[in-house]
Design a protein around this ligand. Structure first.
Ligand code: UD1
Ligand code: UDP
Length: 384
C-alpha cells in the first residue's frame, strides 16, 4: 500500500483534490492510502468548509490553521507545521496542487526530508516573476519527482527549463518524470456539471436570468491591491452593464470584498453600489459557481480556474491579466487578454459578444486525468 499525504490550503486546491480522492475511492483504494492535510490558508466557510461538504472530500486528517499573513509569515508557519507532520507520517509521497503558498511550503518541507513530491498542475508559466504564483510553481517543479502537466504548453515549458524526456525508473527529484496528462479540473467539471443542475438554486433564488448575464470574478493581488487597476476594472464593468443593459453577477473573494471600498475611486464605488444591474454576492460554492458559469453569456475573470471552466462550458472569456498560463485559450480564440485596461475590456467584450465561430478542441484531456495520475503513482512510488 502506498501512503500519500495530500496538501491543500486554498479554494482551487480543495476542488482539484476532489478529483484525485474520487479516483482513489473508485479504483485505487486497495493500493493507495491517502491522508489529507489542510494548511488553513483559506478558512472562511465559503472558501473552505463548503467544498468539503458539497464535493464529498474526506475530512482532513490535519489542519495547521495557519490563516492569513504576509508571504513570509504564512509560508514559514506552514513549513514548520508540515515538517512535523511529514516526520510523523513518513509518507511515500506528498501530493501538491498548483501554485499557492501552501504548494510552495509543502515542496520546501518535503524536499528537505527527501520525500518524493507529486506536483499536479506542473509546468505552467506566465513568465512574470512578479506573480507570487510564478515563483511558487517554478520552485515546486524543480524539486518534484513526478510532474503532471495539464496542457501541452506546460509539458514544453518543462523541457525549456531543462527537464529531460526519457528518464528511466527509479524516479527521484534528481531524475524526475514528467507527463502531459490533461487537467483534473476538467474531470471535475464533467462530474459536477450534472450535479449542479439539481444541486444549485442560486440563479432562481437571486432572480438571475439564465443566459442573460455576465459572470465576473476578481481576486488576483495586483488587481485588488492596486487602486488604479481595481478602479479601471470596475469602471469598465459599470459601463458594460449600463451600455448593454446587461446584468453582472460578481461573487466576491474575501480579499476583494475587504478592499473594494478602500481601493475603488469614490465615484466609481458609488456608481457600482447604486447600479441595480450589478449583483455583488459573497463567494459561492462550487455547484453554485458551475450553475453561474453554465448560465452566463460571457465570463470576465482574473482566476486561473475560472478561465478554463469558461472554456469547459463553452463561454467566451475576458481575462483581466497581462498574460495567462493557459495560452491555448487565447491562441484558439476563446479568450482575450485585456489586462486592467478600460478600453481593451470594452473592446474585448464587444468582440467576443459578436463572435460566433468558436471551436472547442480537447485541450485539457479526456476527463480521466485523475485516473491516469493514480495509475502512475502506483507504478512509480512503490519503487521508492
Ligand atoms: C491565494 C493564492 C492564489 C489563488 C487564490 C485562490 C497564494 C500566494 N495565492 O490567493 O494563487 O489563486 O488563493 O483563491 O497562495 N481571506 C479571508 N478568508 C479566507 C481566505 C482569505 O478573509 O478564508 C482574505 C484575507 O484577508 C487574506 C486575503 O484574503 O489576507 C488573501 O488570502 P491569501 O490566501 O493570502 O491569498 P489569496 O488572494 O486568496
Ligand atoms: N470558485 C467557486 N466559488 C467562487 C469562485 C470560484 O467555487 O465564488 C471556484 C471556481 O469554479 C474554480 C476555482 O474556484 O473551480 C477557482 O479558484 P480561484 O479563482 O479562487 O483561484 P485560481 O484558480 O485563480 O487559483
Amino acid at each position: 500500500m502506498i501512503k500519500i499525504l495530500t496538501i491543500i490550503g486554498a479554494r482551487p486546491q480543495f476542488i482539484k483534490a476532489a478529483a484525485i480522492s474520487r479516483a482513489i475511492n473508485l479504483a485505487f483504494s486497495d493500493r493507495i492510502k491517502e491522508k489529507l492535510l489542510h494548511t488553513g490558508q483559506h478558512y472562511d466557510n465559503n472558501m473552505s468548509g463548503i467544498f468539503f461538504d458539497e464535493m464529498k472530500i474526506p475530512k482532513p486528517d490535519y489542519n495547521l490553521k495557519v490563516g492569513s499573513g504576509s508571504h513570509g509569515k504564512q509560508t514559514a508557519a506552514m513549513i514548520d507545521g508540515l515538517e512535523k507532520v511529514f516526520l510523523k507520517e513518513k509518507p511515500n509521497g506528498v501530493v501538491v496542487y498548483g501554485d499557492t503558498n501552501s504548494t510552495l511550503a509543502a515542496a520546501v518541507a518535503a524536499s528537505k526530508l527527501h520525500i518524493p513530491i507529486i506536483h499536479i498542475e506542473a509546468g505552467l508559466r506566465s513568465f512574470n516573476k512578479k506573480m507570487p504564483e510564478e515563483i511558487n510553481r517554478i520552485l515546486c517543479d524543480h524539486v518534484s519527482t513526478l510532474l503532471f502537466t495539464p496542457t501541452e504548453a506546460g509539458y514544453y515549458n518543462l523541457i525549456g527549463e531543462g527537464f529531460r524526456e526519457g528518464n528511466e525508473q527509479p524516479f527521484t527529484a534528481d531524475n524526475p518524470k514528467f507527463y502531459h496528462c490533461g487537467d483534473v479540473m476538467y474531470d471535475n467539471c464533467l462530474h459536477f456539471s450534472r450535479l449542479a443542475e439539481a444541486g444549485s438554486s442560486l440563479l432562481d433564488d437571486n432572480g438571475i436570468k439564465n443566459g442573460k448575464f455576465v459572470l465576473v470574478t476578481i481576486h488576483r493581488d495586483n488587481n485588488t491591491d492596486e487602486p488604479k487597476r481595481l478602479t479601471s476594472l470596475f469602471r469598465a464593468i459599470d459601463t458594460i452593464s449600463k451600455e448593454n443593459e446587461m446584468q453582472i453577477v460578481l461573487p466576491l473573494h474575501p480579499r476583494t470584498s475587504k478592499l473594494l471600498k478602500k481601493n475603488l475611486d469614490k465615484t466609481v464605488y458609488k456608481s457600482i453600489v447604486g447600479n441595480e444591474l450589478i449583483k455583488l454576492i459573497p463567494a459561492v460554492s462550487y455547484l453554485d459557481m458551475i450553475a453561474l458559469e453554465k448560465g452566463a453569456s460571457l465570463i470576465m475573470t482574473d482566476s486561473g480556474g475560472v478561465q478554463k471552466e469558461a472554456y469547459f462550458f463553452k463561454k467566451p472569456c475576458i481575462i483581466f491579466r497581462a498574460q495567462t498560463e493557459w495560452v491555448e485559450l487565447v491562441e484558439n480564440g476563446n479568450a482575450i487578454l485585456v489586462d486592467a485596461d478600460y478600453d481593451r475590456i470594452i473592446e474585448g467584450y464587444n468582440t467576443l459578444m459578436a463572435k460566433t465561430d468558436f471551436t472547442y478542441p480537447a485541450l485539457f484531456g479526456d476527463g480521466k486525468s485523475a485516473m491516469f495520475i493514480c495509475e502512475e503513482i502506483v507504478k512509480n512510488l512503490s519503487l521508492n
